[in-house]
Ligand binder design. Structure first.
Ligand code: GDP
Ligand code: IMO
Ligand code: MG
Length: 426
C-alpha cells in the first residue's frame, strides 16, 4: 500500500482539506510536508457534525486509524501547534498519536515580527502574506541559521542558538525596523517550556514513514497552498516560501519517489487567490461578489476576502504538467449553479499571440489576457447530487474541459463542503 499525494492545482484553498479527510479514512498515515500555519484546511463531516479548521495538524484528525504526521519540510510555530492540539482535545479528538519531525524548522517570534514589518518596504511588490512568519522562517532555514524542533528539547542548546541568532536579528529589528530587541534567555525559557509540551510527539518521522511504507502500510501526503504559490513554479515573487508541488512532497517528508503511486490534484471550478499578484482570469466586481457570497470565499487563516476569477485551463495544464497529476478532483461546482453561461479561459493572448502555455516571463504573465469560451450554465442546484447521473449535462461538459486541460481524468466533483457532497466517477 503506497503513498498518495494531494496537491493544490491553483493558488490554494481548492478543497485539499476536504479530500484529505475523505482519503484518510483508508490511510495509515497523513503527512503535512511543507508550509506552516499559513494554511487553513476545512473539514465538514457528512453527518452534520461540527466542521473543523486546521492549520498545522493534518486534515486526517477525524480518522482514528490514521496517524497524523508533521514532516520535516513544515515550519512549525510551537505556540500555534500547542494551542491547536489543545483546541482539538477540547473538542474530543485524540491527538496523542501525532508525530512531529525533530528536523522541522521553527517559526520564532522574530520571524513573525519581521513578516509583519518587512512588507512595507516592498511597495507595489507587496505579497500580502499571512504574517505568520513563514517567509522569514524558511529564509533562515536556507541561510542555515534556523532553529529546529529538536532544539526545543535542550534549553542550554536552545539558549546558545538563540544568543547567536539574536545578535544579528536584534540589530535588524532595532536599526532597520525600529522594533524592540528580543531577550534570548526569556525566549529560551518560554520555548523550552513549549518543548516539554511537544516532547511526546517529537520523533524521527523519516524512519517512521519509510519503515511503515516498507511494511506495506499506506500514507497520504497533504499539500498546503497550491502550485501557483510554489517558490519555484509559482507566480514568483507573489508566492509562499515552500515547495507546494510534488517535489516538495518527497523532500518535505523524506519519502522517496518510488513509494508515491498517485498524484492527486484538487482544483476549484473557478479560481481564487488571497493576497497580491497577477491573476489573468480575475472576474468583474459583480461576478466576484456573487462567487464570494455563494462560495463563502473568505480566507480560513486570515479572514480576508478571496479574489475570485474564472476557470483557467492554462493554469490547470501547467499545474498538471509540474505535478504529473494522475487524477483531479473538481470542487465547488455548486457555486456556479445559476450562472446563465460560464466563461472558461482556454488560452491567453500575450502581445497578440495566442498560447496555451504559462509564460515563463513575469511581465508576460502580468499582461496575459484570457481568451474565453462561454460554456452553457445550469440552473438547477446540484448540492444533493450523489451519482454522476444526477449531474446536469452542462456539468459533464465542464468536467470534459477540465479533463482535456489536465490531461487526466476528473475522478470526482465536489458539490458542497460536506464529505458526502461528493460525486465519484467510476
Ligand atoms: P484548502 O486550503 O484547500 O483545504 O481549502 P479551504 O478549506 O481553505 O477552503 C475551501 C472552502 O470551501 C472550505 O470552506 C470548504 O469547506 C469549502 N468547500 C470545499 N469543497 C466545496 C464544494 O464543493 N462546495 C462548496 N460550496 N464549498 C466547498
Ligand atoms: P491553504 O493551504 C491561499 C498566500 C498568502 C500570500 C502568499 C504568501 O489553505 O491553501 P505566506 O504567509 O505564505 O508567506 O504568504 O501566499 N497563501 C495562501 N493563499 N491558501 C493558503 O493555504 C495560503 N498560504 C499562503 O495569501 O499571498
Ligand atoms: Mg485553505
Amino acid at each position: 500500500m503506497p503513498a498518495k499525494a494531494i496537491i493544490g492545482g491553483q493558488w490554494g484553498d481548492e478543497g485539499k482539506g476536504k479530500y484529505t479527510d475523505i482519503f484518510a479514512a483508508h490511510a495509515r498515515y497523513a503527512v503535512r510536508f511543507q508550509g506552516g500555519n499559513n494554511a487553513g484546511h476545512t473539514i465538514v463531516p457528512g453527518d452534520g457534525g461540527r466542521s473543523l479548521r486546521l492549520h498545522l495538524v493534518p486534515s486526517s484528525i477525524r480518522r482514528p486509524g490514521c496517524i497524523p504526521v508533521i514532516g520535516n519540510g513544515v515550519v512549525v510555530d510551537p505556540e500555534v501547534l500547542v494551542s491547536e492540539l489543545s483546541q482539538l482535545e477540547s473538542l474530543g479528538y485524540d491527538v496523542s498519536a501525532l508525530r512531529l519531525s525533530a528536523n522541522a524548522h521553527l517559526i520564532m517570534p522574530y520571524h513573525k515580527i519581521l513578516d509583519r514589518v518587512s512588507e512595507r518596504y516592498l511597495g507595489k511588490n507587496r505579497v500580502g502574506t499571512t504574517k505568520k512568519g513563514i517567509g522569514p522562517a524558511y529564509s533562515d532555514k536556507a541561510a542555515r541559521i534556523g532553529l529546529r524542533v529538536q532544539d526545543l528539547l535542550d534549553e542550554k542548546i536552545l539558549l546558545e542558538k538563540l544568543e547567536s541568532v539574536l545578535r544579528e536579528k536584534n540589530q535588524i529589528l532595532a536599526k532597520v525596523y525600529n522594533q524592540l530587541p528580543l531577550e534570548a534567555s526569556e525566549l529560551a525559557a518560554r520555548y523550552s517550556e513549549l518543548g516539554k509540551q511537544l516532547a511526546p510527539y517529537i520523533c524521527d518521522t523519516v524512519s517512521l514513514l519509510n519503515e511503515a511504507l516498507e511494511k506495506g502500510e499506506s500514507a497520504l501526503l497533504e499539500g498546503a497552498q497550491g502550485t501557483l504559490l510554489d517558490i519555484d513554479h509559482g507566480s514568483y515573487p507573489f508566492v509562499t516560501s515552500s515547495s507546494c508541488t510534488i517535489g516538495g512532497a518527497c523532500s518535505g517528508s523524506g519519502i522517496p519517489l518510488r513509494h508515491i503511486s498517485k498524484v492527486i490534484g484538487v482544483v476549484k471550478a473557478y479560481v481564487t487567490r488571497v493576497g497580491a499578484g497577477p491573476f489573468p482570469t480575475e472576474a468583474d466586481p459583480l461576478s466576484q461578489e456573487m462567487i464570494v457570497s455563494k462560495g463563502k470565499e473568505f480566507g480560513t487563516t486570515t479572514g480576508r476576502k478571496r479574489r475570485c476569477g474564472w476557470f483557467d485551463c492554462v493554469l490547470l495544464r501547467y499545474a498538471s504538467r509540474i505535478n504529473g497529476f494522475d487524477e483531479i478532483h473538481l470542487t465547488k461546482l455548486d457555486v456556479l449553479s445559476g450562472f446563465e453561461s460560464i466563461p472558461v479561459a482556454i488560452a491567453y493572448d500575450i502581445g497578440g499571440k495566442k498560447t496555451k502555455d504559462m509564460p515563463y516571463h513575469q511581465s508576460e504573465f502580468h499582461h496575459a489576457r484570457p481568451i474565453y469560451e462561454e460554456i452553457q450554465g445550469w440552473s438547477e442546484e446540484i448540492r444533493r447530487a450523489q451519482k454522476p447521473e444526477d449531474l446536469p449535462l452542462e456539468v459533464r461538459q465542464f468536467v470534459e474541459i477540465a479533463e482535456e486541460s489536465a490531461g487526466c481524468r476528473v475522478a470526482s466533483v465536489s458539490v458542497g463542503p460536506a464529505e458526502d457532497q461528493t460525486v465519484f466517477f467510476d
